[in-house]
Design a protein around this ligand. Structure first.
Ligand SMILES: C[S@@+](CC[C@H](N)C(=O)[O-])C[C@H]1O[C@@H](n2cnc3c(N)ncnc32)[C@H](O)[C@@H]1O
Length: 269
């Protein structure tokens, strides 16, 4: 089978436009995403030491704390710049989620915290999830993140952008098509609804699938305060947002309010 090609817009975005290494540490909502991803994953990870493959692991921001927790982490990412940065943290190689080099059952855990965002075609997303399921041992864990369908609506409302026709039309387009073509700002992307993400994991053969809202309902408030004051929000506001994310967890109707979704599932066995 021919190797899948990364969309050139995605490669250009992460190579020349955006510093992914700072995304989860330089803003309050990024730090909230990191904290909540950690706390949700730690609920499901097998006890260390265990073998983790971080697919689309970027510059190794998650690999760093996973290694710190005692896991043996390998990372693959299709962007050369990311792989070079990730090598400071763990073994890292160029690779695409849709065609992994790892052997069947080689890992206890596969994380896909990014690739699904950038695969607008459902067949590509299923291929990535099936590859993750293939390289995990029977009974192993697959964790996959997605950007929420409604994230841009919340973000651009909080930043008071929606009075401009260009942004209003762009957000309306994302809401109806679930995709963004990468014209400006962000790059080519796909935006999931929670039930759709769960269905994709099940279609890929994963069991006991659960979906969590990562940031909870208050992340866009952090963004708005940071934007308006030019400074990080007070720690009490960040703690409130974190508490809100935890309080929201039992209520599936609040899944739509998070910026990111995290789905977990296990391979049969
Ligand atoms: C928003 S970043 C997330 C990075 C990191 N996993 C995190 O959560 O902070 C999205 C990542 O997905 C990677 N990516 C995009 N398309 C991919 C594909 N087809 N296969 C694997 N990774 C991909 C990008 O290179 C980028 O590193």
């Amino acid at each position: 089978m021919a190797s899948p090609q990364l969309a050139p817009e995605v490669s250009t975005f992460y190579t020349h436009v955006y510093d992914e290494d700072a995304r989860l540490t330089s803003s309050a909502d990024g730090r909230l995403e990191l904290l909540r991803t950690q706390e949700l994953l730690r609920r499901f990870l097998p006890q260390a030491p265990a073998r983790v493959l971080d697919v689309g692991g970027g510059t190794g921001v998650h690999a760093r704390w996973l290694v710190g927790d005692g896991y043996a982490v390998d990372l693959v990412d299709p962007v050369v710049r990311h792989v070079e940065q990730a090598r400071r943290v763990c073994a890292a190689a160029l690779g695409d989620a849709r065609q992994l080099d790892a052997g069947d059952g080689a890992y206890d855990v596969v994380t896909l915290l990014g690739p699904l965002y950038h695969l607008p075609d459902r067949d590509d997303r299923l291929r990535a999830l099936r590859e993750a399921a293939r390289v995990v041992r029977p009974g192993g864990l697959v964790a996959a993140a997605a950007i929420n369908r409604y994230a841009s609506l919340f973000e651009h409302t909080a930043l008071a952008h929606l009075h401009t026709p260009r942004l209003r039309d762009s957000i309306a387009d994302i809401l109806t098509t679930a995709t963004y073509d990468g014209r400006r700002g962000f790059t080519v992307s796909y935006f999931h609804r929670a039930e759709e993400l769960a269905a994709e994991l099940r279609t890929a053969g994963l069991r006991d699938v659960q979906v969590f809202g990562v940031e909870g309902p208050s992340w866009s408030l952090l963004k708005a305060v940071e934007h308006a004051t030019g400074a990080p929000p007070d720690d009490t506001l960040v703690q409130s947002a974190l508490t809100a994310a935890r309080l929201a967890e039992p209520y599936p109707e609040l899944l739509a309010a998070s910026s990111h979704l995290l789905a977990v599932g296990h391979t049969p066995g």
